[in-house]
Design a protein around this ligand. Structure first.
Ligand code: IZC
Ligand code: ZN
Length: 417
């Protein structure tokens, strides 16, 4: 039994909320000052004014020296497990070759599929653990992780098992998503339906082995149509999976509307969602997970119309989209800056988007994204004087100390394991 007191906190964001936070309420932030946090056995025991806790007898007292303290960040959209890398495609991008053309020529996602098929389970596991460590260093304590670089049964299962093993061995919490419908491989070029059937035939085994909670699909020109996506996701829904869609990333096909129609937990990207799609999203419980790092990194395309979405009442989260092709970063703090600069979100909205709403986007609203009595002590002490500072000072790492279940997993200067 270990007790820790965090005191001399500058601003404290607890992000307490009974549910996801939508629309204008995203701009209302409760900032506590002169508060302390008592941690007992990895859980939050008390969050009270410092004067009430300062004399409690504890094993360890940590002086926050006036720093900002918040819940651990939640990254609700990552492609964590993959083989190889795609730095050779950067020159193509600079020459203006579109992302979907690179894919059509067998590159892009398909290049990562080849590398992932070749990689051993151990290689993939070591690589995933490396990226998880880096995510932890940026203040992330819970993530979602997708498969989708196998697109044959064997490799998809290999990826999902790697994520499961990483979940068992890494301090970060990982929520798994099956993205078997991520691209169309050469052998299914003339019959994408057969690929979807093949992937859907895995649903039972994935459920039995508890390998994924969500099913996701890339609904895009040259990948899967809205009709194919609807049929595939309906099957997944019938099997009890939560749903996600890579929707309206490059072409406005109507993936956002489909996400709402099917009651998906989230629609992700939504860069080119139409006015009608935004209205439907705003009137639904489907969470819009926006990925401004991807548009920034692809170097072309539209940034999601976050202002309109929030002003109309949608629930919005943001994420890195960490993957080896279209958004190669684990730095969610950088994405917070892009959300401010490119999506015109306020700092108050951004903090909701990386904590409470991000947790709800992966069905972890009841355990992650808030500092609340009884919950796991997933907490970050930031080298920042206030919450506005993080999106403002961009591109660097502001974490001072990261706690996962009350244990320090990162301290400025290095990982502590
Ligand atoms: O590997 O390019 N958009 N999937 C859909 C991706 C980007 C990941 C990738
Ligand atoms: Zn993605």
């Amino acid at each position: 039994m270990k007790t820790i007191l965090l005191y001399n906190i500058g601003q404290l964001l607890t992000m307490e909320s009974d549910g996801p936070v939508r629309g204008k309420a995203m701009n209302e932030l409760d900032v506590k000052e002169k508060y302390a946090i008592l941690i007992k056995d990895g859980k939050i025991e008390a969050v009270q004014p410092e004067s009430e806790l300062i004399d409690v007898d504890v094993d360890e007292k940590i002086d926050c020296e006036g720093r900002l303290v918040t819940p651990g960040l939640v990254d609700p959209h990552t492609h964590l497990v993959f083989g190889g890398s795609r730095e050779h495609e950067m020159a193509l991008k600079q020459q203006g070759v579109p992302y979907l053309d690179i894919l059509k020529q067998g590159g892009g996602i398909l290049s990562t599929v080849r590398a992932t098929r070749k990689a051993s389970e151990e290689e993939l596991y070591n690589k995933a653990m490396f990226h998880l460590d880096r995510m932890a260093s940026y203040g992330i304590t819970t993530i979602e992780a997708k498969s989708g670089y196998g697109m044959d049964q064997e490799t998809e299962l290999k990826q999902l098992r790697v994520a499961k093993k990483a979940k068992e061995n890494h301090p970060l919490d990982i929520v798994s998503t099956f993205l078997g419908a991520h691209a169309i491989t050469e052998d299914y070029k003339d019959n994408p339906e057969a690929l979807l059937d093949e992937m859907a035939s895995m649903f039972d085994q994935i459920k039995e082995e508890n390998l994924a909670e969500f099913v996701d699909i890339f609904t895009e020109t040259g990948v899967f149509t809205v009709e194919q996506s609807r049929r595939y996701l309906q099957k997944a829904k019938d099997k009890g999976f939560g749903l996600k869609i890579h929707a309206d990333e490059i072409d406005p096909l109507g993936g956002t509307e489909l996400a709402v129609e099917l009651g998906a937990t989230s629609g992700d990207h939504l860069a080119v969602t139409t006015d009608e799609g935004i209205q439907k999203l705003a009137n639904s419980d489907t969470i819009g997970v926006l990925l401004p790092g991807t548009i920034f990194y692809l170097g072309k395309g539209e940034f999601a119309r976050a202002r309109k979405m929030i002003d109309e009442g949608a629930i919005i989260a943001i994420s890195t989209d960490f993957n080896p092709g279209s958004s190669v970063t684990e730095n969610l703090q950088l994405i917070m800056s892009l959300a401010a600069l490119k999506l015109k979100m306020t700092p108050e909205e951004i903090w909701h988007a990386v904590t409470v709403n991000a947790a709800h986007a992966i069905h972890r609203g009841d355990v992650a994204g808030q500092i609340k009595v009884g919950r796991k002590a997933d907490i970050v002490i930031w080298d920042a004087p206030n919450y506005m500072y993080i999106p403002y000072h961009y591109g660097v790492n502001h974490t001072n100390t990261v706690f996962k279940e009350g244990k320090i997993i990162y301290k400025r200067g290095g990982l502590l394991g």
